[in-house]
Design a binder for this molecule. Structure first.
Ligand code: ZN
Length: 413
């Protein structure tokens, strides 16, 4: 089952009954978190067992499903806390700061034609929330194959989870093999099912801003640490804030890149080949502070894989070992000092842009692992067309956007 969260702005302010529900919900979550910490439990069931009766008395008015849902949210926070506790030294008691509430799908009604949510507050009291519905939102509301999951209510918007059975994977008729770099995805596009060698066209999706954002935030954090060295608590707060902004900006860019890649793959019925970034560490170069972290690239893969699953586009991930060092023509692993910095060169005479060369190796690995393309795939590096580059994405394309739909996503069983 796939889940996609779609944010809807609210057409008007939340009614006071709903605000007080949000306050109660937050209170309930924070109490449950503290109780869970004290009793050293984190599963929803044990929290419910521990607290339900007491909470029922303290919040006599609250709809009981909302109460259970607050335990669910608390359980998520506790599990997350435990995970972070293992990796870091010091952590304060976790709590929810924002006003929020979450309702399970049985605990609210959504009129999908009108865009109105009916949310029970307590016995005999319901509130109506009118949503702002754009064309982007309409496509989710009117798609009957999507069922409704949980609802998250925030002071200015709601997030509706749409659920979908995993679609059947399409039979690919071409392949998009992409090598993931700090500032771009570089690769090749190969069509299958034709006689002889098929054309092998270079493709590029450039995201130079991501490295710039990382660099800028890195410098800002570094300055903050120096300036506020006398106050470690403040430094932590400010750096945390910087980190959140950085995450948000990069996330946004990566969604755009992924959308462009997926749009191309969908139009050309392409399978996507990516390297498996698991276990890879960034190069420990000389310029240590210029080293960029891998997480934007991991994030990009995550988004591509998620969106591809939603559309039924096959994604093959392959072990990238030697992908940047092997010659796709003769299989040799030449001395890395051969050729110019941006070029891969081999004794056999083969030479090509390093990144594109790597994507060819990824594709060859994928084929040897049984990548299937309708009509077969006769891939030969020799059919590479130097003269054309297909641009899948570049920053100038950013103007073309998805209207005010922020989406976050996750997968549930
Ligand atoms: Zn060679």
């Amino acid at each position: 089952m796939l889940v996609k969260g779609v944010a809807f702005p609210l057409a008007s302010d939340l009614p006071p009954e709903a605000i007080s529900l949000l306050c109660d919900f937050r209170l309930a979550v924070n109490k449950a978190v503290r109780a869970g910490l004290d009793a050293r439990v984190s599963s929803r069931n044990s929290i419910t067992k521990l607290l339900y009766r007491e909470f029922r008395e303290e919040h006599p008015g609250m709809y009981s499903q909302h109460l259970v849902s607050s335990f669910e949210v608390a359980s998520g926070i506790l599990k997350n806390y435990r995970k972070r506790l293992r990796s870091r030294r010091r952590l304060g008691t976790p709590f929810v700061k924002r006003l929020m509430m979450k309702a399970e799908n049985q605990a609210y009604k959504l009129d999908r034609t009108e865009g109105i949510i009916d949310l029970p507050v307590r016995a005999g009291c319901h509130v109506e929330l009118r949503l702002v519905v754009s064309r982007y939102h309409r496509q989710y509301l009117s798609d009957e194959t999507l069922s409704l999951g949980s609802l998250t209510v925030l002071p200015d918007r709601v997030i509706v989870a749409f659920r979908k059975e995993s679609p059947r994977t399409i039979v690919a008729s071409s392949v998009l093999s992409l090598d993931t770099n700090e500032r771009s995805l570089d690769g090749i596009f190969v069509e299958g099912g034709r006689k002889g060698d098929t054309a092998c066209i270079p493709v590029k999706a450039a995201f130079p801003e991501v490295a710039m954002i990382q660099q800028r935030h890195h410098e800002r954090r570094w300055r903050l640490q120096k300036k506020k060295a006398h106050d470690r608590r403040l430094t932590r707060v400010l750096c945390g804030r910087e980190g959140a902004r950085e995450h948000h900006r990069i996330d946004y860019q990566m969604h755009r890149v992924a959308n462009a890649v997926l749009e191309f793959a969908e139009n050309h019925r392409s399978a996507i080949v990516l390297e498996d970034l698991k276990g890879i560490r960034p190069n420990k170069g000389k310029e240590l502070n210029r080293r960029l972290s891998l997480w934007p690239r991991r994030k990009l893969h995550q988004i591509i894989e998620y969106k591809a699953a939603w559309k039924g586009i096959p994604v093959v991930k392959v072990d990238p070992r030697y992908s940047s060092r092997r010659c796709p023509m003769c299989g040799r692993i030449p001395d890395s000092r051969m050729g110019a910095k941006t070029e891969f060169a081999c004794e056999c005479g083969w030479h090509l842009n390093r990144h594109i060369n790597a994507s060819m190796n990824l594709l060859q690995t994928a084929i040897s692992k049984g990548l299937e393309v309708a009509g077969g795939l006769r891939f030969s590096p020799g059919a590479f067309q130097h003269d054309v580059v297909m641009t899948l994405y570049e920053p100038a394309m950013a103007a073309r956007s998805e209207p005010n739909g922020t989406s976050h996503f996750g997968e549930t069983s």
